[in-house]
Ligand binder design. Structure first.
Ligand code: LLP
Length: 414
């Protein structure tokens, strides 16, 4: 049974009715299911039980300390892209020796901090980054463990903004320069070459692009061997899609079976960096209908969540399922555009949805756990939403709603 389901006519998260969450914490509110997060993480980890492995949860998908501490407790590793994410993982009790640091633009201060806490590996994306890392490590008299992110030139067949494995993107080191880059890395005094990685995109719904990319990585691993460069791990990246509407992405188990079949040599540790597929379907964004209005034959339901709370529809034209918290409403069904209060026509959560609605009704925007809160902003001076973790019949406020006063902190008048 899904952790989000109707019981007694009310949409619930685990054993808590969502109208109770709205009563206690008001709206808009991100509502997470602890059980859903745990079971998705286990789907990955259990499937890899036979192999040396590390699941490095991609923190950018959802970086709330409660989510991170939950995963840290399960023994998860983490994939970070900034010193901010690093500090979050450390604060949540994450083990630095299970952290990989990705991203094309690591700053000197970020590299220094990551070296000091002794992370597992830097996923290096360019030769310039590699020499900077070598130099900083030398100044500190430390050795930086490194994996090179290879751009395999594979089409992940996803939205262009989140497709990262094609050679014309800014990501990774071009495949045909990988060997010379590894040779340079090997000859640097403060660099220890330990791995190879790639990440070809996000919301990927088939296995084929992974296996294409992995094939290229394995060809490179053989070439490296021929040049006396022995690696310890192979990092396949993240990117597995989830069901938002009618997609049918493979389950983590299926992806992992294909990956393990492809990496036949069991001496390599296998790393994965899933974000969305762990937390995406583990949350809803709860919102209330403020006004219903009709303009030139179009029905609008104006809700109290907006593009600043959930940017994905505006930015990627993403489709998110929207449910009424009351299973049955008496109002007639009509097609509504579900829109927020922000002053832009792009401020919509869903268009043309057949719903039975009245002012004051609660709606649950599904699949909001990944790239929901983390991409939210204060646009229109709107405080960011409260975040609530449901654990069985308990509701835990894991981030309180911001106040308007907080939004002005640090600013001054002339
Ligand atoms: N590893 C690296 C190096 C990444 O860049 C990403 C995501 C991941 C792992 C995790 O990917 P996931 O398993 O979550 O797909 N804001 C967009 C998604 C951007 C993904 C960026 N990189 C969205 O809302 O669809």
């Amino acid at each position: 049974m899904s952790e989000f389901h109707y019981a007694n006519g009310q949409l619930c998260a685990e054993r808590v009715a969502l109208n109770k969450v709205a009563e206690r914490f008001a709206t808009p509110a991100y509502v997470y299911s602890r059980a859903a997060i745990e079971s998705q993480w286990h789907a990955y980890d259990d499937a890899l039980a036979e192999r040396q492995h590390l699941i490095c949860y991609a923190v950018k998908a959802n970086s709330n300390l409660a989510v991170l501490s939950l995963l840290a407790e399960l023994g998860s590793g983490f994939d970070i892209v900034s010193v901010g994410e690093l500090e979050r993982v450390l604060k949540a009790g994450g083990d630095p020796s299970k952290i990989v640091f990705s991203g094309v633009g690591k700053r000197t201060d970020e590299i220094k901090r990551a070296l000091d806490v002794k992370i597992k590996c830097f996923n290096v994306e360019s030769l310039s980054e590699l020499s900077r890392l070598d130099q900083i490590a030398a100044e500190k008299n430390l050795i930086a463990k490194v994996s090179l992110r290879i751009n395999p030139d594979v089409d992940a067949e996803t939205h262009p903004y989140i497709s990262t494995g094609l050679k014309e993107t800014k990501f990774g080191i071009a495949y045909d320069r990988a060997l010379e880059s590894y040779i340079q890395a090997r000859d640097m005094t403060n660099i220890d070459v330990v791995g190879i990685d790639c990440h070809i995109g996000s919301q990927i719904t088939t296995i084929a692009p992974y296996i294409d990319a992995l094939g290229k990585l394995l060809d490179m691993v053989s070439e490296l061997r021929a040049n006396n460069i022995e690696l310890q791990h192979i990092d396949v990246g993240g990117g597995l899609g989830i069901r938002y509407q009618d997609e049918s992405p493979p389950a983590p188990q299926e992806l992992i079976k294909a990956v393990c079949d492809t990496i036949a040599d069991t001496s390599y540790e296998i790393l994965l960096e899933p974000g969305r597929s762990i937390v995406g379907n583990a949350a809803v964004l709860l919102t209330r209908v403020e006004y219903i209005k009709e303009n030139s034959g179009r029905n609008f339901a104006i809700v109290d969540a907006a593009m600043n709370d959930m940017l994905r529809p505006a930015l990627y034209d993403a489709w998110l399922s929207i449910l009424t918290v009351n299973e049955q409403n008496s109002a007639a069904v009509a097609a509504y555009d579900i829109v927020g209060p922000v002053c832009e026509s792009g401020d919509f959560i869903g268009l043309n949805r057949e719903l039975s609605l009245q002012e004051g009704d609660l709606l649950a925007i599904q699949s909001a756990g990944a790239y929901g809160f983390t991409m939210s902003s204060n646009y229109n001076t709107r405080p960011r939403a409260v975040e609530v973790m449901i654990d069985g019949s308990e509701m835990i406020e894991v981030r309180r709603r911001e106040t308007v006063a907080e939004l002005m902190e640090g600013e001054s008048t002339l």
